[in-house]
Design a protein around this ligand. Structure first.
Ligand code: PLP
Length: 279
């Protein structure tokens, strides 16, 4: 694979970052993951806008402008001959002698790489467990501080399940790397309202817009695991997952353990729209 590192396209074995990089020492960095469909980028503008916001919240600015970022994405897609998959982008504050205080002068580290993946095949649906949400309080910033969600996913795997929904003060915040939704028995889509408690998913915004266009009812509010277990359907969304049905929550089958019609419909519509708008 060819990866991008600070202005250069290099073979992955040759891409080297300093041991003093604050991304490595402090998780002082942010990232984005964007889907590639038909060799084109999905939701580019949304991801760049969130990247700018994440950086801003941490007192950083964009290492290169939006046009250049787009050009880098295109060049990597071309060099790696990527048709379907993901582009990972990470910006850290850069390398400086280790100190909790932000360095006055450090050059940001910008890394991008591609991952080839099948994103569009029919999804079987996933089984989730619930776990306490032990993450920090600024989950709206997409930092590379991912140990809690990584441990959560490992707990799910240890139980033979696929993923975990995190719970705080009795209510589901989100999945380890996705936003969480339920569909009530009368067809209303429920997902937690935006706040610092969850990541503002780019896919979430698009799916809620599409659902509204399809005249589906939406309510943005917290919900409990008990309410989710009693729901007609449940699903998650994320940039490279799109809309994925959840068929089991803490051992309770949802929709008799098979993907529900609303999740499927939203996934189909989302992929169709994302393909059309990809750039
Ligand atoms: N919530 C968390 C914690 C995530 O890590 C992610 C994405 O990876 C999402 C939600 C979904 O966000 P997006 O739809 O922008 O990929």
């Amino acid at each position: 694979r060819t990866v991008y590192l600070n202005g250069a396209y290099v073979p992955e074995e040759e891409a080297k970052v300093s041991v003093f990089d604050r991304g490595f020492l402090f998780a002082d960095g942010v990232y984005e993951v964007t889907a590639v469909l038909d060799g084109k980028i999905a939701e580019f503008e949304g991801h760049v806008a969130r990247l700018k916001r994440s950086l801003g919240e941490l007192g950083m600015s964009m290492p290169v402008d939006s046009d250049e970022l787009l050009a880098i994405h295109h060049e990597l897609i071309k060099r790696n001959n990527l048709q379907e998959g993901a582009i990972y982008l990470q910006v850290t504050r850069g390398a400086a002698d280790r100190d909790f205080v932000f360095p006055k002068e450090a050059t940001q580290t910008l890394v991008l790489f591609t991952q080839a993946k099948d994103l569009t095949s029919e999804k079987a649906g996933i089984k989730v467990i619930s776990i306490p949400d032990i993450r920090w309080g600024r989950r709206d910033i997409k930092t590379v501080q991912l140990l809690a969600p990584s441990m959560g996913k490992m707990m799910a795997k240890a139980e033979g399940k696929d993923d975990a929904w995190m719970v705080e003060d009795g209510f589901v915040t989100e999945g380890t790397s996705n936003n969480a939704y339920i569909v009530t028995k009368n067809g209303k889509i429920i997902t937690r309202n935006l706040s610092n408690s969850i990541l503002h998913g780019i896919t979430r915004a698009a799916v809620l817009r599409l659902a509204a266009e399809l005249d589906m009812e939406i309510e943005e509010r917290p919900f409990t695991i008990a309410e989710a277990q009693d729901a007609a359907e449940a699903f998650i969304t994320a940039a490279t997952i799109f809309v994925c049905p959840v068929v089991e929550i803490d051992g309770a089958a949802i929709n008799n353990g098979v993907p529900g019609p609303i999740s499927k419909r939203l996934n189909d519509v989302y992929i169709e729209e994302a393909r059309k708008a990809a750039c």
